[in-house]
Structure formats: structure tokens, C-alpha cells
Design a binder for this molecule. Structure first.
Ligand code: HEC
Length: 149
């Protein structure tokens, strides 16, 4: 039951993400780079709290985690056939040769960010645990599906 509910939430979120992204009207390569830049910025907000550079702020942490969840929901639509290369793109051709693996990596990122949205961290310790789970997705996906620069 809980699983079915979560699945519905994902579908709605994915649909909302797609609408927002289409409204932006840029080409998919520019869009996905912009989303990952925002993703990096949101991760930076959390990282600074975890490292003690900034004080823990539950509302700011939830806002950053929610943004990452929205990015995870919309990112997969931005890799249509024909968008394999583009100025400044570091997308790896493995995204298209192993689309199922890429989609699975993205689904895991969405699940981990959704879990943190559903149970927002209320302390620095809880944020540390959430952030650890979320950040493991960055490395895992980039290793296989992004060209190192
Ligand atoms: C499911 C795969 C996936 C996950 C998870 C993921 N990324 Fe990415 N990321 C990509 C891909 C693919 C690109 C290259 C996109 C392109 O250039 O076309 C990228 C590019 C980037 C870039 C470079 C953007 C630029 O300026 O060109 C940053 C920064 C980044 N990711 C940060 C993160 C962070 C931080 C996380 C985790 C919180 C994360 N990513 C999680 C796939 C992923």
C-alpha cells in the first residue's frame, strides 16, 4: 500500500517536472546542464551545514532536498535520441547504450531524495545521514554516465 502510494507520488512529481521543464523552452542539453548546476548548488547548501560551515537550518535543508527531488524527477526527460552531444555537455554515450541502467540510477536518486522529503531531517545528525545517502548517488551516476572533465 505504501509502495503504491509512493509510486503515485513519483508519477505526479515526474509529470509536474516535465511541465515545468517544457515551459522553460530551451534545448534539452542546456536544460539538463542547468538542472545539474542547480543540483550542485543545492548539494552545496547541505554540505556546508554538514561540515559546520553554516548552522543547521531545517527549512533551508528541506528546500534544498525538495529541489533535488524535483530535479531527479525531471532530469530523465532531457536525454532524447539526438541529444548525445552538445556544447559543454559531459553526458556519456553510456546513457544511450545503457538506458535501463541510467534510468535505474536516476530512479534511486529520486527515491533517496523523496525519502528525505517525506522524513525531513530535524537535526544536524539526521541531515548527515540523509545527505550521505543522497550524495552517494552523485558519484555512482557520474562514474558511469558522465565523462570526467
Ligand atoms: C542519475 C545520474 C545522475 C545523478 C544521480 C547525479 N548526476 Fe550530476 N550529472 C549527470 C549527468 C549525465 C551530467 C552531465 C549532463 C550534461 O552535461 O549533458 C551531470 C552533470 C553534473 C554537473 C556539471 C554541470 C555543468 O556545469 O556542466 C554537476 C555540478 C553535477 N552533475 C552535480 C551533481 C550532484 C551534486 C549530484 C548529487 C547530489 C548529482 N550531480 C547527481 C548525472 C547525474
Amino acid at each position: 500500500m505504501k509502495k503504491a502510494l509512493l509510486g503515485t507520488t513519483f508519477a505526479i512529481v515526474a509529470a509536474l517536472g516535465a511541465v515545468t521543464l517544457n515551459a522553460a523552452g530551451h534545448d534539452p542539453v542546456e536544460q539538463r546542464i542547468a538542472l545539474m548546476k542547480a543540483n550542485g548548488a543545492a548539494a552545496g547548501v547541505l554540505g556546508k551545514m554538514v561540515q559546520g560551515e553554516n548552522p543547521f537550518d531545517a527549512a533551508a535543508a528541506l528546500a534544498a532536498i525538495t529541489e533535488m527531488r524535483d530535479i531527479a524527477a525531471g532530469f530523465g526527460d532531457l536525454f532524447p535520441e539526438g541529444s548525445e552531444t552538445g556544447p559543454n555537455s559531459t553526458a556519456n554515450s553510456t546513457i544511450w547504450s545503457d538506458r535501463a541502467g541510467f534510468d535505474a540510477a536516476l530512479a534511486k536518486y529520486l527515491a533517496d531524495t523523496q525519502a528525505a522529503v517525506d522524513t525531513p531531517p530535524q537535526s544536524l545528525e539526521e541531515l548527515g545521514a540523509s545527505f550521505g545517502a543522497i550524495a552517494s548517488n552523485c558519484r555512482a551516476c557520474h562514474q558511469t554516465y558522465r565523462i570526467p572533465r
